[in-house]
Write a protein that binds this ligand. Sequence first.
Ligand SMILES: Cc1cc2nc3c(=O)[nH]c(=O)nc-3n(C[C@H](O)[C@H](O)[C@H](O)COP(=O)(O)OP(=O)(O)OC[C@H]3O[C@@H](n4cnc5c(N)ncnc54)[C@H](O)[C@@H]3O)c2cc1C
Length: 332
Amino acid sequence: MPGILVIGEISGGRLLPASLEAAATGAALAKSFGEPLYGALMGQAGNVLNGATEAFAAGFATLYVVEHASLQNYTAHAHNGAAQAVVSACKPSVLMAPHTLRAREWAPSLAAALDTGLVLDCTGLATGGPDGADLVALKPVLGGGVVAEFVVRGTPTAPRMITLRSGASARAESAPNTQVERVAFEPASNDRVVLLEEIAAQASSGPKVSDAKIVVSGGRGLGGPDNWHYIEEAAAALGAAVGCSRPVADSGWVNSSHQVGLSGNSVNAELYMAVGISGAVQHLAGINSSAVVAAINTDAQADIFTRANYGVAGDYKEVLPAFVERVRQLKA
Ligand SMILES: Cc1cc2nc3c(=O)[nH]c(=O)nc-3n(C[C@H](O)[C@H](O)[C@H](O)COP(=O)(O)OP(=O)(O)OC[C@H]3O[C@@H](n4cnc5c(N)ncnc54)[C@H](O)[C@@H]3O)c2cc1C
């Protein structure tokens, strides 16, 4: 029976949490379409794949697992061979995955191979059309100022495809999968990409900005890298992740993995603190789903205050240390 297929991603030896966000969105769509929810994972047989299979417990009717040595190190070619094996096994009506760097590569190539429609980096899904059978993908466009609706077309034999922005929805609650099925896969021998060496990006300390419950983010208003310690001290006091605006990342004050916004991370935090950030639409696009936003900015007219639930119009050098001191007192 056709269903909604969610392909999870294994990264850094574990299931990427955004896979569970995609599973939650997939579950809602499966309910609307009255179809079963399927999951899929691919990798080399072993502890990492076993751990991810256990972690990807999102109540799938079937979790398809493809094991092969060629899947140990990601290449789009091997990944898509395995994805096609899963598509043949369950014939989904919709194929979804988290929008990651890898998905930016493999998803368009898979859509081309299947000759089907794909919308990348969606922030939500809806159904439409007279019989409710249309898949409508919501995606910010024009620099994040407008949310466009795309009706995704597939073919009678190929699923419609979607990648979902991380942080755009909550993660699926843990629920046992009904069954796990291994799918046989033999890679084609014509993979023109060979991994010669893997150089891990410098790991940033503290929680990851896209996973964190609290984020303290700094912008160009900090004035320079020498002042960045104000942000780090506030983040440490709150047990928060450190975020930044794009100019801060572009100027190399901090690693770009901390960037929040349209071309950076989406944040799904309980508290997002924006310090010296003006609140451009491209920045706001990354914090839309945060529950509470607090801002410190010298300009009382700054756009960040249109999104902030709490704000202080003032110099962060006066406001932030006093705030940090109070947090420390309360925690003591
Ligand atoms: C295609 C595209 C994608 C983009 N993607 C992103 C993205 O992902 N993320 C992102 O952030 N931007 C992104 N941008 C850039 C975005 O348009 C803005 O330029 C950027 O967000 C501005 O960063 P900022 O708020 O740190 O700097 P500014 O706009 O320069 O704002 C600095 C703020 O600090 C305040 N300030 C100054 N001094 C102090 C002080 N002492 N105390 C307190 N406040 C002070 C100022 O009043 C000002 O509001 C993108 C742009 C484009 C075109």
